[in-house]
Design a protein around this ligand. Structure first.
Ligand code: CP
Length: 307
């Protein structure tokens, strides 16, 4: 198989297991490319890509831009904070004006769930969802899967615990879909108030005790408390949250086996994870960031139909 079954990357839910395997295999080749002295290949020459960010980002934005440049695409960047969105221009008008400049692909981050799906129904360009509200963040899940496979050799049969603010996390949902399609067992762990009501219907284990989750898993993916998406109080205080669900070195070292620690970033050091864990030999947080470029190169290359 050399082609994806979809025109866009809107979410992991729409991908087949074969699609995911193809992306991960293609990313392995691109990881080799970006570690060469000359990191650039001509694969997307003459393709123009617009990165539209309607919400803040460090990793995803830079990683997509670097991936596009490594593939020799022409790149334009848009941040809503410094655009005519501030003067009342709509999403469709904004995108149609950018597409009038002959753009082939759109990478979009947006605070509203479903924004990428909505756009795909109104424009012709290929769309990659770079995170839509609390819905999906497909390239994060793909780079997480790539990083687990790289570290453990396989994903099938591995036990992955996703710990923290599951309710507001697009990373959690995309990871659940991705890891299950690849044959992993997935557990979510966090306070009851930060679990979506439908969570058990996704076929995941649910745990509210951090130590039990950590003793069960091979990999712990620690998530940030998304205070910017919380309009009410979901727990008494950050201090109490950290006491019950924060991963520190004492807990990590007391486990019966050495687990792998992940975090999608940005980290709130001292809240969901302490610095000595984030920076420890068991953490693959910076490997995740490095792999993000290779995985995004694979997604762009495959969607552009250059395989
Ligand atoms: N992991 C992630 O999406 O980080 P940014 O918000 O910085 O892009």
């Amino acid at each position: 198989m050399t082609k994806l079954s979809t025109k866009h990357l809107l979410g992991i839910k729409e991908l087949t297991a074969d699609d995911i395997h193809l992306i991960l295999h293609t990313a392995e080749n691109f990881k080799e490319v970006i570690n060469r002295p000359i990191k650039k290949v001509p694969s997307l020459r003459d393709i123009t890509i617009a990165n539209l960010f309607f919400e803040n980002s460090t990793r995803t934005k830079l990683s997509f831009e670097l991936a596009e440049k490594r593939l020799s695409a022409d790149v334009v960047n848009f941040s809503s904070g410094s655009s005519s969105v501030k003067k009342g221009e709509t999403l469709i008008d904004t995108v149609n004006n950018i597409l009038a400049m002959k753009v082939d692909m759109v990478v979009m981050r947006h605070p509203n769930p479903g924004a990428a799906v909505f756009l795909s129904k109104h424009i012709d360009a290929k769309i990659i969802n770079a995170g839509d509200g609390a819905h999906e963040h497909p390239t994060q899940a793909l780079l997480d899967a790539f990083s687990i496979k790289e570290k453990l050799g396989t994903i099938k049969g591995k036990k992955i615990a996703i710990i923290g603010d599951i309710l507001h996390s697009r990373v959690a949902l995309s990871n659940i879909f991705c890891l299950q399609k690849l044959g992993a067992e997935v557990m979510v762990c966090g306070p009851t108030t930060l679990m979506p009501k439908y969570i058990r219907s996704l076929g995941v284990k649910v745990e509210h005790n951090l130590r039990k989750a950590l003793e069960w898993c091979d990999v712990a993916n620690m998530l940030r408390i998304q205070l910017e998406r919380q309009d009410i109080k979901y727990f008494p205080s950050l201090r109490e949250y950290t006491m019950l669900f924060g991963l520190n070195k004492e807990i990590l070292d007391s486990l019966s086996k050495k687990i792998v620690v992940m975090h999608p970033g940005p980290i709130n050091r001292g809240v969901e994870i302490t610095s000595d864990v984030a920076d420890s030999a068991q953490s693959i947080i910076l490997e995740q960031v490095e792999n993000g470029v290779a995985v995004r190169m694979a997604v762009l290359f495959l969607l552009a139909g250059r395989a």
